[in-house]
Design a protein around this ligand. Structure first.
Ligand SMILES: [Zn+2]
Length: 379
């Protein structure tokens, strides 16, 4: 069973309604002086306007250390009836100025992310990545996000600076066995090259595009072009849309910018280009799946862990030992001795010995599993 984790608790994905898949109700960073989103009354007004326009859920991408306002989000979600998904995670170093967040190790980060999800109602792990490169501290944050994803089932949302470096991020997360259905690429529409955008879409990850905003005055025509191209290439089922409000001054123009404007301004224009059915999928159906986590109770129990381990071994065993060799997990050395089989401590060795190609990605998940290797009808 999958649920969307909101600041007020888990909801069924179907209850999310119309979703602004990337926005900010609270955000304070030294790179945007004088534009702090730190006003609870103003944030509540934004949610009320969104609800009046037919909105159901706002996904806030403000990660740790930037005054994301978790207690205030709970209050205004309750008072307005709009569901809010909050983020844990870490942004690019430059966004923080001087902050303890930027000095955390992978283990510290993973522990913090998991705590935010399990104890503080966060439902998204956001990681910020630099322009066309992943810095070492961003590599740490990605690794911690993977660990937290595997522990909680929460989706990972990526800030791609100017829509760049998507392929590097995907490589890193896929190497950590994060499934593309749990990865949301943000700001991809800011990449000026359509071919880079469609290439990233091939991964199967979610693509969250932003509406025009004062900081990123992407023309609506360009947004429509990116959407239309992705739909033409068969990626409708991966598309999401968000208003990504980052400036307090934008709130002075609620008809142009913000969650409500997304619904009463951008959606009708997009409907003209894509048709009502496609837009409804981008605003309602797709986000219901993209923002859902695997439920903690099911994921975290020993039975669920064992089941996942079995599935992984089945899958990988099939891929690797397709020709007459079966991989049988056993409980311990004694059980293995009873079977009279070979203990395999490092499958990389076995694979190399069998002359199989590209061993490493397959063997990586199995290195520490104790298995009985059964060959061609042998015992
Ligand atoms: Zn954002």
């Amino acid at each position: 069973m999958r649920v969307i984790r909101t600041v007020l608790g888990d909801i069924e994905p179907a209850a999310a309604g119309a979703v602004d898949s990337h926005d900010h109700l609270f955000l304070t960073t030294p790179v945007l002086p004088g534009e702090e989103l730190d006003d609870e009354v103003a944030a509540a007004a934004v949610l009320r306007a969104f609800a009046a326009a037919g909105g159901g859920t706002v996904v806030q991408w403000t990660p740790r250390g930037l005054k994301r306002g978790l207690p205030a989000l709970r209050r205004i979600s309750e008072s307005t009836g709009v569901h809010v998904v909050a983020a844990t995670g870490r942004h690019r170093r430059a966004i923080y100025g001087r902050s303890a967040e930027t000095d955390l190790t992978v283990d510290d980060l993973a522990r913090a992310f998991i705590g935010d999800i399990r104890e503080r109602g966060c439902g998204l792990i956001k990681v910020g990545i630099s322009y066309q490169a992943i810095t070492p501290d961003e590599t740490d944050a990605l690794r911690a996000a993977s660990i937290a994803h595997h522990a909680t089932g929460a989706p990972i949302g990526i800030h791609l600076e100017q829509g760049s470096a998507a392929e590097l991020v995907l490589d890193a997360l896929v190497a950590d066995e994060v499934p593309p259905r749990s990865i949301v690429l943000g700001h991809l529409g800011r990449n000026p090259e359509l071919t880079r955008i469609t290439a990233a879409a091939q991964s199967g990850a979610w693509l969250c595009l932003d509406t025009p905003s004062p900081r990123h005055p992407l023309e609506f025509d360009r947004l429509a072009e990116v959407f239309a191209t992705l739909v033409d290439h068969g990626h409708l089922a991966q598309l999401l849309l968000g208003a990504d409000t980052t400036l307090a001054s934008s709130r002075a123009n609620p008809l142009s910018f913000g969650p409500a404007a997304l619904l009463h301004n951008v959606v009708p224009r997009l409907t003209h280009v894509l048709g009502a059915d496609s837009v409804s999928r981008i605003i309602v159906d797709n986000p219901a799946r993209a923002w859902a986590s695997d439920q903690a109770s099911e994921r975290d129990g020993p039975a669920a862990r064992e089941q996942r381990g079995r599935e992984r071994r089945d899958l990988e065993g099939e891929q690797v030992f397709a020709e007459g060799v079966e991989l049988v997990p056993v409980a311990d050395q004694a059980a293995l001795a009873q079977l009279g089989g070979e203990a395999v401590a490092d499958l990389g060795d076995v694979l190399t010995g069998d002359g199989q190609g590209d061993e490493e990605p397959v063997a990586a998940g199995l290195l520490h599993d104790l298995v009985h290797l059964r060959r061609d009808g042998g015992g």
